[in-house]
Design a protein around this ligand. Structure first.
Ligand code: ADP
Ligand code: MG
Length: 667
């Protein structure tokens, strides 16, 4: 994908680059190999040249087998002096083993489950390069499942030895050696065609692109690899920024802003009836929004604010500006529960000041086209059904998208195109690390609510193992006895045969009822009918239900200030950002809140992740940590991260490069 953006960047009058020719133009790629290469998404010469190695081997000097050290991966070179298949009496397990000799010592290599081709390939007398590591000090020295490469003396030999060589990601039927030769030949033939992109980099700081491509495959020193990677990553980020910024430019040229800055006629009575005062952070953000909505181009603003920071009130005030100016407003939420919650809030807030509030979700059609066109100023609230409902929202002045990360970029665009370029406000509670913000939302301006409303109790977080569950339930009982409420979250709806250790709501619901008998327990998950869901939520809000057993469905937006306990089992099955979101359901009232994460995960990394939540409540810190630990997929959802696949760029650590790219493109 990076490659195709780069291609798209070159001016149209230029003839198509030879790099775009099919990979079969590289000597050694016939029909069959071309087919294998497509499995690696290599279609053109350029794809091949930009196929990043997965690791490197320093073959300038081989280690002697005698000098191999335990647990230190190394490459040795040896001839096979014996080979054969071992069969084990019980069962069908087989093992292929061969013995290499390099004149200093012998090395046994073994592969479990011998493959039919092995005896021919690993024939006595053949010479191989072997990459692996000793598991222990025991003799004979043994590698298990090493990577090997047949030494075939010939004209190509210099590509594979006496240098640092790349080992590329492979597919069955394609060896590391073949891949390396293909890349080498492609470089020989096409290196001169690798041009600098239209946006020029300072070549005193970065190697030329052509050099970087050679260096990433055949570095002189291992330290060259990172230099080359940075250059190629920068090209990717430049291409991405170029795309983002030209999309924005095009949009601005096309669109004229609707005048929506309002006159405070509704805002004043609204703020007067509100049972709190806006925080300074909320007021600041509103100033930015008002400036946008009265500006030349339609607003395109991302509002970031940690869970509970009060984004809904900001959305309401923004809506009022558009309504005061005589336009309608659409507010889109990712789930029905959330849409309904917004609906209730806005009804409470807006109907007293004469604004009609309409709800449209997938399951319930509550308004008809005729109704829409008849009424005066109104706000439409719904799920993605607002997009697919098949009706026009007339006089649309402002579109608000809540919890943005659950929507794809494409969906956002569709909604905006519904009207005559309305203003757009997207709100997200997932604090997006700046690297992602600049790439994914580079076409949006960003506002941040960086202050929590006062008068909230603190949230304390604890990580515990299942051994402590009984005590935890005693604790929950104590809290709900004193009038508070609790959430209990499990990763699954139903127990899966494949992994019985992962708890599921449908099964645990009964256990929880037993453990908390005398109190009412509700159940909430994706397969429950909407009407029932709504009823359960209403009862929970009214404290008729004291404990809600749920899946991560309740992750976004749900607002019940009296709930102060959150128990999450199998916590290691959730992403950090997601756990933080879940935790945001508590700590909304004046009482102190408690989040208990249950996990028996042994893996030190899993434990370290959960520990971060114990240590901080800062959503940005947590998001950065999550990005480093799990990559962008977790934060963005599959759809969006798919569109972001970078070959060389790394969103977790390339903030600097992304900034540079942004500046370069702006210039
Ligand atoms: P989020 O940013 O997670 O969407 P909400 O908008 O749901 O947060 O707000 C969380 C809670 O804080 C709500 O109960 C809301 O009424 C309350 N709230 C919002 N702004 C303020 C404020 N300035 N002072 C006090 N409470 C506020
Ligand atoms: Mg919200």
């Amino acid at each position: 994908m990076a490659a195709c953006i780069l291609r798209a960047m070159s001016a149209p009058e230029k003839s198509i680059s030879p790099l775009a020719s099919p990979v079969a133009t590289v000597w050694g790629v016939g029909e069959e190999r071309a087919k294998l290469l497509t499995r690696l998404e290599i279609f053109t010469v350029e794809d091949l040249l930009l196929h990043p190695p997965r690791r490197y081997e320093d073959r300038r000097k081989f280690l002697s087998i005698r000098d191999l050290k335990v647990a230190e991966p190394a490459t040795v070179r040896g001839k096979i002096i014996a080979a054969g298949i071992k069969r084990f009496k019980k069962g069908t397990r087989t093992m292929f083993e061969c013995v290499f000799d390099d004149g200093t010592a012998r090395l046994h290599c073994r592969w479990w489950q011998a493959q039919p081709w092995m005896p021919d390939w690993y024939a006595v007398g053949r010479e191989f390069l072997i990459y692996g590591k000793l598991d222990d000090e025991k003799k004979p020295r043994t590698f298990t499942h090493p990577e090997t490469e047949l030494v075939e003396p010939g004209e190509d030999e210099f590509i594979h030895v006496n240098r640092i060589v790349p080992v590329h990601p492979l597919t069955e039927g394609l060896t590391a050696r073949v891949m390396r030769s293909l890349v080498w030949r492609a470089l020989e033939k096409f290196e001169n065609e690798i041009a600098e992109p239209d946006i020029k980099l300072d070549l005193k700081i970065f190697p030329a692109r052509a050099n970087a491509v050679r260096m990433i495959h055949f570095p002189e020193e291992l330290s060259d690899v990172e230099i080359a990677r940075q250059r190629l990553a920068l090209d990717e980020f430049v291409a991405l920024q170029f795309q983002i910024q030209s999309r924005r430019k095009k949009f601005e040229a096309l669109s004229k802003a609707l005048p929506c800055s309002g006159d405070n006629r509704l805002m004043k009575p609204f703020l007067a009836q509100l049972d709190f005062k806006l925080t300074a952070a909320q007021a600041n953000v509103l100033k930015e929004i008002r400036a946008d909505m009265g500006g030349k181009h339609p607003m395109r603003r991302l509002l970031q604010g940690d869970v509970g920071s009060g984004k809904t009130a900001v959305a309401a005030c923004s809506a009022l500006m558009a309504l005061e100016s005589g336009f309608n407003v659409a507010l889109m939420a990712p789930t029905e529960i959330l849409a309904e919650q917004h609906f209730r809030n806005f009804q409470k807030w807006f109907e007293p000041i004469g604004i009609s509030v309409q709800l449209q979700t997938g399951s319930r059609k509550t308004f008809e086209q005729s109704q829409i066109t008849n009424r005066k100023s109104q706000i439409f609230i719904g799920t993605h059904a607002l997009l697919t409902g098949g009706f026009d929202l007339p006089k649309l002045g402002l579109v608000i998208v809540d919890e943005q990360h659950k929507f794809g970029v494409a969906q956002r665009e569709t909604l905006v195109r519904k009207g005559n370029y309305p203003h757009l406000l997207v709100m997200t509670a997932t604090p997006i690390p700046r690297t992602l913000g600049l790439t994914l939302y580079g076409d949006l301006d960003v506002s941040v609510i960086d202050e929590m409303p006062g008068g909230r109790g603190a949230i304390k977080t604890f990580v515990r193992t299942t051994v402590k569950l009984l005590k935890v339930f005693d604790f929950i009982r104590e809290k709900i006895s004193s009038g508070r409420q609790a959430y209990i979250v499990y990763p699954r709806v139903e127990v899966a045969d494949t992994d019985k250790d992962i708890k599921a709501v449908t099964k645990e619901f009964e256990n929880v009822q037993r453990a908390l008998n005398g109190f009412k327990v509700g159940l909430l998950h994706g397969r429950i009918k909407p009407a029932e869901k709504e009823k359960t939520m209403a009862e929970f809000r009214a404290n008729k239900i004291q404990t809600l057993v749920a899946t991560s469905l309740i992750e976004v937006g749900v607002d019940v200030p009296n709930a102060t306990v959150m128990l999450i089992e199998n916590a290691e099955h959730f992403g950090l950002a997601q756990l933080h979101q879940l935790r945001g359901r508590i700590g909304r009232g004046a009482h102190e809140s408690f989040c208990i994460l249950i996990s028996d995960a042994q893996h030190p990394e899993a434990q370290a992740r959960l520990k971060i939540l114990e240590e901080t409540n800062d959503g940005f810190k947590i998001a950065e940590a999550d990005l480093k630990l799990r990559g962008p997929g977790e934060l963005l959802g599959q759809q969006q991260s798919g569109a972001m696949r970078l070959r060389f760029g790394n969103l977790a650590k390339d903030l600097n490069l992304i900034r540079q790219a942004r500046e370069l493109v702006k210039k």
